[in-house]
Design a protein around this ligand. Structure first.
Ligand code: NAP
Length: 262
């Protein structure tokens, strides 16, 4: 059991970058995924579903560390409860490593925010399942990944006019920089709540959209919308930002590679 690290979400944006780092450190790696896959590059895949609680016990067998990167739009708290139950049934206590989101513990989720920020509320509930699990744990909170901001900008740019929430700012971070930090934490001793990780720069939503449109060679009008409610007010106060920005890859460099080269 000493060598094996089980990664949930090892096929996702972050997990795909994390897994090779754990392998390079000489660790055995098993990934829990909903879709069957053959072993590849020394990584084995176990089929299961965390929300449906299928295959989870088998997935964690023999793990000394469980890194939980799996996530879906809904069900993250239930998925995490199922993972914790399976990990707690092992004859030893594995190190549980969880990736969360900067600001979830400070975001009031009320009124309209229950709909708009449901995912963040669910994330904080999942985080508490980890910290109250009784297992040795580490939680790393990250700001939004470059990939997510790009997906959002691309989706919005399908419209002729881009409505955006005024006063919101983001500090996008390179997923690979998060994967590097998460690998260090997974390979180390349980650290509790680790220092946040965020990108090197803060942008208003309008600036993020403008830089995307410029890189993609698109012209669109922006439509500022002031979102009501306490959750939106917390965003305008920068609840999702961290003073602990990384020296990692910038949004402009990311855009140049992912959009400019198209
Ligand atoms: N994206 C961001 O900006 C951001 C920022 C901060 C923190 N985070 C956190 O970082 C983590 C990884 O995010 P990501 O962007 O890499 O996610 P992602 O690309 O959407 O990948 C999601 C992963 O979760 C797995 N998954 C989903 N539902 C599952 C289920 N019911 N059972 C088992 N596996 C399931 C998927 O595996 P299969 O499809 O193979 O089953 C996939 O590997 C998440 O916890 C997220 O909240 C993300």
């Amino acid at each position: 059991m000493d060598n094996l690290i089980v990664v949930t979400g090892g096929t996702g944006t972050l997990g795909r970058l994390l897994v090779p780092r754990l392998r390079a450190a000489g660790r055995g790696v098993r990934v829990l995924t909903r879709k069957a896959r053959p072993p590849e590059n020394g990584v084995t895949y176990v089929t299961g579903d965390l929300v449906k609680d299928e295959g989870v016990d088998a997935a964690v067998q023999g793990a000394s560390v469980v890194v939980h990167c799996a996530s879906d739009y809904s069900g993250d708290a239930e998925a995490t409860r199922n993972l914790v139950r399976a990990a707690s049934a092992l004859p030893w206590a594995p190190h549980l490593v969880f990736v969360s989101i900067v600001g979830v513990e400070r975001l009031p989720i009320t009124g309209l925010g229950r709909l708009a920020f449901k995912y963040l509320g669910e994330k904080y509930a999942a985080e508490r399942v980890v910290t109250e699990s009784g297992l040795p744990w580490t939680v790393l909170r990250a700001t939004q990944f470059h990939d997510l901001m790009l997906t959002a900008a691309e989706a919005m740019a399908r419209l002729p006019v881009l409505p955006y929430p005024t006063g919101f700012a983001f500090q996008p971070v390179e997923a690979n920089d998060v994967a590097a930090r998460l690998a260090e934490l997974a390979l180390g001793d349980p650290a509790g709540l680790a220092p946040d990780i965020g990108g090197p720069e803060v942008f208003t939503m309008a600036d993020l959209l403008r830089s995307y449109l410029r890189a993609a060679g698109k012209r669109r009008a922006l439509l500022p919308i002031r979102m009501p409610g306490r959750s939106a007010r917390a965003f305008r106060a920068g609840v999702n930002l961290t003073s602990n920005g990384s020296g990692g890859r910038t949004w402009e460099d990311f855009l140049a590679e992912r959009v400019g080269a198209k």
